[in-house]
Design a protein around this ligand. Structure first.
Ligand code: TRP
Length: 419
């Protein structure tokens, strides 16, 4: 596993398909059918995989509480490659989620060597983008959040070095602070439940972050004092690490409960979900957390203008939100496309939108209208739409987007100043 996904690599080579096969990630496809107003990232299969999204869809549809959290490492300016995850967060907030954003300054400092001042400077840029897009909720910096740091310590009690080397390939040369930044991220993912109550939490991320999600789900399990299981004929409540007092309190909460050594059985007639909620509450009174397992969504990466992923390590692969107009133009007009070698071949065989950075940019962000996007795709494949024209049209859309986004960011400047 360690060699399969490295969250700190700038060129992740992970296939969601492979992870779905080998690591228990589920296809997102069946989830989108549950939403009559599925957004672009669902309709166009940009979000491809998930863990435990059912409970999020249930909460959205049933109008029950849920949380949404993601994190940004403030190690550079935000760019178009960050836009998808921001949209996912904001969409979930608009659909009833409590929003949380972690500014992963500890990770940026430990792993990328950034000064705290630089972290804060970049953080403010991310924050202005988020507010400009309609984010509402809590945004915190890891290093300034004491409850988070305490939670990270509790999480660290459940993580050992063999976990770290199996999951991330950490070895004797790995700095301790890098390992600490892992427990910080685990704490980030559980933090909404600490701050705003036990509820399902969705964490939209790129697929490279899945190791953190898996680790967090393991830690959340390990932190539980009890395990509630619906056995069909009865409900079993197993005391994992609960004290005798906590076990007695659980037994007392349910009339008819039978208390055994290390577990309690409830007779038929109890609702497992309700029992689970009550047990989590009792767990909290006895020093536990009662966390639910967090869920995640995995979106595919936006293709960079040079092919490959859009990544800060290749400046020509991306557009910063405050890029100068001549650079935006240069990068778009110079992008790799799915076009053929010659005009004749292009007319004869048509282009290949799947391999085209410009088409992908339209699909992800610049063309909201499905019919227009389809027409563009078909005209390209039919050899009717040439790359030059398509790039010019896309450039205009990008310019309009950037101008509008800049205006929106200016409007929320006061919120950023307060942060
Ligand atoms: N590690 C993430 C990155 O490199 C940032 C991050 C920190 C994060 N904490 C998080 C992402 C919690 C999701 C959830 O971009």
């Amino acid at each position: 596993m360690a060699e399969d996904i490295n969250p700190w690599s700038s060129t992740p080579k992970v296939s969601i398909e492979k992870l779905i096969e080998n690591f228990g990630i589920d296809h997102f496809e069946p989830q989108k059918a549950r939403f009559s107003d599925a957004p672009v990232f669902m309709r166009r299969n940009i979000v491809q995989g998930h863990r435990g999204y059912d409970q999020i869809a249930d909460a959205i549809i049933g109008k029950k509480p849920f949380h949404v959290l993601t994190g940004f490492m403030p190690s550079g300016h935000p760019h178009l490659g960050h836009l998808m995850v921001m949209k996912e967060v904001v969409w979930h907030i608009k659909h009833g989620g409590d929003g949380f954003i972690s500014i992963a300054d500890r990770e940026a400092h430990a792993v990328r060597g950034l000064s705290w001042e630089k972290c804060d400077e970049y953080a403010r840029e991310y924050i202005s983008c988020l507010y400009a897009m309609g984010f509402e909720g809590e945004i915190y910096a890891q290093r300034k959040n004491n409850a988070l740091k305490d939670l990270a310590f509790e999480a660290a009690c459940k993580i050992n070095f063999s976990n770290l080397s199996a999951i991330y390939g950490f070895g004797p040369e790995t700095e301790l602070a890098h390992a600490v930044s892992v427990s910080m991220q685990v704490a980030d993912i559980l933090y909404p439940q600490l701050a705003a109550g036990i509820a399902p939490t969705v964490v939209p991320v790129g697929i490279d972050q899945d190791p953190h999600i898996r680790l967090t789900r393991d830690v959340a399990n390990a932190l539980r004092l009890f395990l509630v299981e619906d056995r069909g004929t009865h409900i079993s409540i197993r005391a994992k690490t609960a004290s005798a007092e906590a076990i007695a309190a659980v037994a007392k909460a349910f009339p008819g409960a039978k208390k055994y050594e290390g577990h309690i059985d409830l007779p038929a007639g109890y609702n497992a979900a309700e029992v689970d909620g009550i047990v989590r509450g009792i767990e909290q009174q006895f020093g536990g957390f009662g966390f639910m397992l967090p869920s995640s969504t995995y979106h595919s990466f936006l293709m960079g203008f040079q092919g490959g992923k859009m990544s800060s390590s290749v400046p020509d692969s991306l557009i910063w939100f405050d890029d100068a107009d001549q650079d935006v133009k240069k990068k778009i007009m110079g992008a790799v496309t799915g076009g053929r070698q010659t005009l004749e071949e292009q007319k004869k065989f048509g282009g290949e939108p799947d391999k085209c950075a410009i088409y992908q940019l339209n699909k992800f962000h610049m063309q909201e209208d499905d019919t227009e996007l389809k027409m563009m795709c078909e005209a390209c494949k039919a050899g009717e739409l040439m790359c030059g024209t398509c790039k010019k049209e896309t450039l205009e859309r990008v310019r309009a987007f950037l101008a509008d986004f800049k205006e929106k960011r200016d409007e929320v400047a006061h919120k950023v100043a307060e942060w």
